[in-house]
Design a protein around this ligand. Sequence first.
Ligand SMILES: [Zn+2]
Length: 420
Amino acid sequence: MRTSLPALAAAAACSLLAPWGLTACPAAPPDPDDHHEHVGDPEDELDLAMPEQIARALSSDDMEGRDEGSAGGNAARAHLVEALQQCGVAPLFEGTYEQPITTGEGTNLLGVVEGQGNAERVLLISAHYDHLGTACGGVCNGALDNAAAVGAVVATACAIARAPLEKTVVVALWDAEEPPTFLTNAMGSQFFVAESAAGRTPVELDAIDVAIALDLVGGELWPGYRTHFVMGADETPALSRALDDVSVPETLPLARGGLHLIEEIPGSGRQPWSDYDAFRNRDVPTLFLSDGQNKRYHEASDDADALDFAKLADETLLLTRIVVAAAAVDEAFAWDEDGADLARDRSTVLAILDDALAPEGMVDALGLSTTSDGNLQGLRDAVSAEDESAPDRAVLEGAAIYVMCLAGSGYSESQCNMFF
Ligand SMILES: [Zn+2]
């Protein structure tokens, strides 16, 4: 964070300034362990009804699909500002949460909970709140994409506001993630990163230990498949080690993997999927939490009633635990492009293929053809035949992308099989 942070400048008490590394106030010599005693546990403060409440409000017809710059988008933003205010998350900017996107349309919302010890380090948690308006042939309510994730992120931020951590937590609710601005400089997260790099926000990119993005949570890759994907940690070894110790809710099946598994499209190269991209492009460690694109993705059927709210509550709890774990790490985080854990990736892809082929798995649930069934079986055999400790990454990527193709709404089954 920059020391020009308005909330900081306004803070009168030296005790508030001290954690930010400022020396203007005479202070007693710090006891290195002292701050630990003042840090509560956000998990105890978590309101697990909140993610559903927010997801339902944002994905109601009143919000008209939350297109950036629209009346529905403005209504969604007003709802979120009120939620942040009510639970004591401070605005990141002077007197406001709002960052108008001057390269396009729409407005990001950013709040901050100052750290209590290692406050110059920042953990950023984020989700985009915009959706497609009416571009899906009707009102696109975007419950899975991405009202549910906004609920998880706001609930986590609120819990942290009640029990601040060692590190500063910035909460970002991005606008303009969806096409046509996706991956352009008018995309909310890309705009924020560019502005931060230019010194025009209170957040220094170098101060961010990890930028966490949630997109498509509270969902299922195919009907009945409840696995939650945690991606990108392996490319940040210190974060990966911290995650190893995070306790996963018993009712949340979880799979970890490298981002390359979902991004490296055979023959066409890297395809980023969400708001983590802007940060990763500047070497800020990123973590992407998602349940993946399913048949409701970008369709008019993406409604709140199709969400798995028990899973969303578990995912919110997990997010909170991840942030708590990351806040306790003193070691510097660093993004390592080649840091993928291919051995883990192999077991993850193998497990997904096994689940897809199992009774009531993807083949059954989506009524896939014998061609697709055979292809999945072939990929399962190929991944299984790879060296456990040094598998060929292209084999893993090809298998993962094929599953994504079949599960999502972007391509028909026969198109997936043409690419295969
Ligand atoms: Zn999305």
